[in-house]
Design a protein around this ligand. Structure first.
Ligand SMILES: *[C@@H]1O[C@H](CO)[C@@H](O)[C@H](O)[C@H]1NC(C)=O
Ligand SMILES: *[C@@H]1O[C@H](CO)[C@@H](O)[C@H](O)[C@H]1NC(C)=O
Ligand SMILES: *[C@@H]1O[C@H](CO)[C@@H](O)[C@H](O)[C@H]1NC(C)=O
Ligand SMILES: *[C@@H]1O[C@H](CO)[C@@H](O)[C@H](O)[C@H]1NC(C)=O
Length: 346
């Protein structure tokens, strides 16, 4: 049975609740290597360390100096406005503020009358062949216009004889992402099994020093990119040996299938581009985002920051060159689209 979730209408009287949910939304568990499942609960509280880590998420940044990739005139890798859209898949990357984004998308779906389906499966990102067939079937059963979200590595719908949906996604600085993940798992108290918590019960710095798999395995270091590379066996991390292939495929998929991939450090541009390029789905996105974010900053002012020392950070970053290559590629593409829109206006 399919289960189309459409939220009922909420007034501004409920803004407090929505904010609470948005904040609690940051507190959800994403385990990439272990099989722990978790569920979002509105009551989950944000711990000080986690709160501080999230605080720095939504800030502006200067675009990188390189000038790739070029945009085409039409299609997904352009600034063409896409209006005849029936299905969009947000195969969201964990620990990229996506819960807050979900709240915003939920409000937008309500406003723009889009079916918003939110998957409750959090811990299966790689599907078996059979699972992939089932997933594609299930996805296609939902009536358009559909906005579907799930933590899942890219799926090639064409392989299964279906018109592919458009994809969207939001990423963040790769180091910040794994740091955030580490402290999240450590402090999250509800759903993490004791063994996992024990395993994570050390500072991130200590974890790096000991070269623990939970922080420093090659598959963990490139995981962000895998969401874009996909289900294909070529995307499986082979101890770092095939990182170049993973990166290449991921970029190709972005250019072919993702009209918008944002970086959380410039979330405003993300919502601007969603609204401009996919107006039937995301018209009004920027305003809703700005409203929610203005409230969050007030709440997050005084908290303690946990950061590893610079040497640890530099060391970890030196082991994440493909993830940074991908991140900079996405940042640059987002920046190019913004520039193209601004030029188009004048
Ligand atoms: C819109 O998309 C549908 C299905 O993807 C297609 O059959 C139809 O021709 C498209 N319409 C326009 C005006 O492009
Ligand atoms: C980590 O271990 C210490 C001492 O063994 C314990 O007191 C603490 O509660 C643990 N922290 C978590 C988050 O499990
Ligand atoms: C750290 O562990 C990974 C496996 O998780 C291994 O590939 C790597 O070579 C190790 N690095 C060092 C410096 O020992
Ligand atoms: C760590 O790096 C930051 C930014 O690069 C710099 O501002 C800070 O002074 C450095 N801290 C130390 C202890 O070197």
């Amino acid at each position: 049975m399919k289960d189309i979730t459409k939220t009922g209408s909420r007034g501004f009287a409920c803004v407090r609740l929505i904010l609470l949910m948005a904040i609690a939304g940051f507190v959800y568990l994403i385990l990439t290597e272990t099989s722990v499942s978790t569920e979002f609960t509105a009551q989950t509280t944000l711990l000080p360390a986690e709160r501080q880590l999230e605080e720095s998420e939504f800030v502006h940044f200067t675009p990188p100096p390189t000038l790739t990739p070029d945009l085409d005139d039409t299609g997904v890798n352009s600034i063409e406005v896409l209006t005849n859209v029936s299905r969009i898949f947000y195969n969201r990357v964990p620990k990229c503020g996506s819960r807050t984004i979900l709240r915003i998308l939920e409000k937008l779906s309500e406003k723009n009358e889009i079916h918003n389906y939110h998957s409750e499966i959090y811990n299966v990102k790689q599907l078996t062949e059979e699972g992939e067939v089932r997933f594609v079937q299930e996805f296609m059963e939902h009536d358009p216009p559909l906005l579907y979200d799930r933590h899942l590595y890219f799926v090639d719908f064409k392989k299964h004889g279906h018109e592919p949906p458009l994809y969207i996604n939001l990423i963040r600085d790769p180091f910040e992402r794994i740091l955030s993940r580490h402290y999240y798992i450590l402090y999250e108290s509800r759903n993490t099994p004791k063994e996992t918590k024990d395993e994570f019960n050390m500072t991130f710095t200590e974890c790096v020093k000991q070269n623990k798999t939970i922080c420093m395995s090659p598959s963990n270091l490139i995981e962000l990119v895998r969401y874009f590379c996909g289900q294909d066996p070529v995307c499986e991390s082979k101890g770092g040996a095939n990182n170049a292939a993973i990166l290449r495929k991921a970029k190709t998929h972005v250019i072919k299938h993702f009209p918008v991939v944002g970086v959380i450090e410039d979330a405003e541009s993300f919502f601007f581009l969603l609204e401009k390029r996919l107006p039937t789905f995301f018209g009004g996105a920027l305003e809703i985002y700005q409203h929610i974010i203005s409230k969050m900053k007030v709440r997050y002012r005084n908290s303690q920051k946990i950061m590893p020392d610079n040497a640890t950070k530099d060391y970890v970053i030196s082991k994440m060159s493909e993830a940074y290559d991908f991140y900079n590629f996405v940042r640059q593409r987002q920046h190019n689209m913004m520039t193209a829109f601004q030029l188009g206006k004048s």
